[in-house]
Design a protein around this ligand. Structure first.
Ligand code: RIB
Ligand code: CA
Length: 354
């Protein structure tokens, strides 16, 4: 039974790996891809997404551009993915092949998502691999469509350390208001955050083998894996002594966003807890996902922030008491992963590409 899926991307080295995975995996029915500014400009994201689909010789799938910047913040492209947003992979001979006739869909991303949700015969899973600006706009413009979303599985956030800041992960940090709107929308959400994102890597020998594969799609995956992303899971103090890649950077082999697609098709490899999650919108921690992993009710239940003297605190986490803001949303949070299982799943799936 295939799963109807819509991807929201900021392609992006690892978004490209995720797109290759989604095209190749037999249990995923890819209904559409929407693009948003994040790792690079919206224009680059759309162009990169179309090229990846070309190299993968993917079936026709609608690709639509969306928000050019976050709801409040200016666009703040990630420095990690290079000037083209694809780790300079666009200079690869495979990648530089003449473009196909594939073109972006003329609709805005929100309209494409709306039309996909209205025409799908069963609720659609949205996999968000980027700042969630498009999804926030959809949920604000079409709240009546929320029941047509099976769930939103998002790469974003962290129960621990950040990457964009000491405590905030890039996708949520880039548009914190959008992430807060999505979490508080009532749509079931699943958080594939840095706690697992930073762990899943493939061995350099496997990445190098892809570089020399007969198929352009596999060679593209091999090239993308050479680009250093994420923290070295074996060197939490940053003292990575990994061998260098073909472009002279320490090899890390992160599959990044593609791990969120692994979570979609094989959640059994994860340790998941359903926890209250809030997005911090102010101060030095802006963009942090505050994952409440306490085993008991704390002082904040008795003395909620901003409550007047004597006001009752929320009866339980996830519920708001009369007159106060609703409690934080309950989110399925991935906290640990069988790294080898997802590395194998990724390589086996990429091997299925034409
Ligand atoms: O923090 C990692 C996330 O930010 C990934 O989705 C990466 O592609 C960037 O968008
Ligand atoms: Ca991304």
């Amino acid at each position: 039974m295939t799963l109807p899926v819509l991807l929201d991307v900021d392609t992006g080295v690892d978004d490209a790996l995720a797109i290759l995975f989604a095209v190749a995996h037999p249990d995923i029915e890819l209904l559409g891809i929407t693009c948003v500014a994040g790792n690079t400009s919206l224009e680059n994201v759309v162009a990169n997404t179309l090229r990846v689909l070309d190299v993968a010789d993917a079936p026709s799938v609608p690709v639509a551009g969306g928000a050019v910047r976050p709801l409040i913040e200016p666009a703040r492209a990630s420095h990690v993915h290079g000037s083209d947003g694809l780790g300079e992979v666009s200079r690869d001979p495979d990648f530089a092949r003449p473009q196909s006739g594939r073109r972006a869909d003329p609709r805005h991303a929100v309209d494409l998502i709306r039309d996909i949700l209205l025409t799908a015969t069963t609720p659609v899973t949205i996999v968000a691999l980027a700042p969630q600006t498009n999804l926030a706009l959809l949920l604000r413009q079409h709240p009546e469509l929320a029941p047509r979303i099976e769930r939103i599985l998002f790469m974003g956030g962290s129960a621990g350390v950040g990457n964009a800041t000491p405590v905030a992960e890039f996708n949520v940090w880039h548009d914190p208001e959008a992430a807060a709107i999505v979490l508080d929308s009532g749509v079931p959400t699943f958080m594939y955050g840095l706690d697992v994102f930073n762990q899943v890597t493939v061995d350099q020998a496997d990445a190098d083998a892809l570089l020399h594969a007969p198929r352009a799609s596999a060679r593209l995956a091999g090239s993308l894996l050479q680009f250093p992303m994420g923290d070295d899971p074996d060197a939490p103090d940053g003292s990575s002594d990994r061998p260098l890649t073909t472009n002279g950077a320490p090899y890390t082999g992160h599959i990044g966003d593609a791990g969120a697609l692994c979570a979609l098709v094989d959640p059994g490899a994860l340790r998941i807890e359903r926890r209250p999650v809030r997005v911090e919108l102010a101060g030095f921690a802006r963009g942090q996902t505050i994952v409440d992993r306490r085993q008991r009710v704390g002082e904040d239940a008795i003395h909620p922030a901003g409550a007047s003297a004597g006001a009752a605190g929320p009866a339980a986490v996830g519920e708001g008491s009369a007159g106060t803001l609703p409690g934080p949303a309950l989110v399925d949070v991935a906290l640990d992963v069988d790294r080898a299982r997802y590395a194998r799943l990724f390589l086996d799936t990429i091997a299925r590409l034409p």
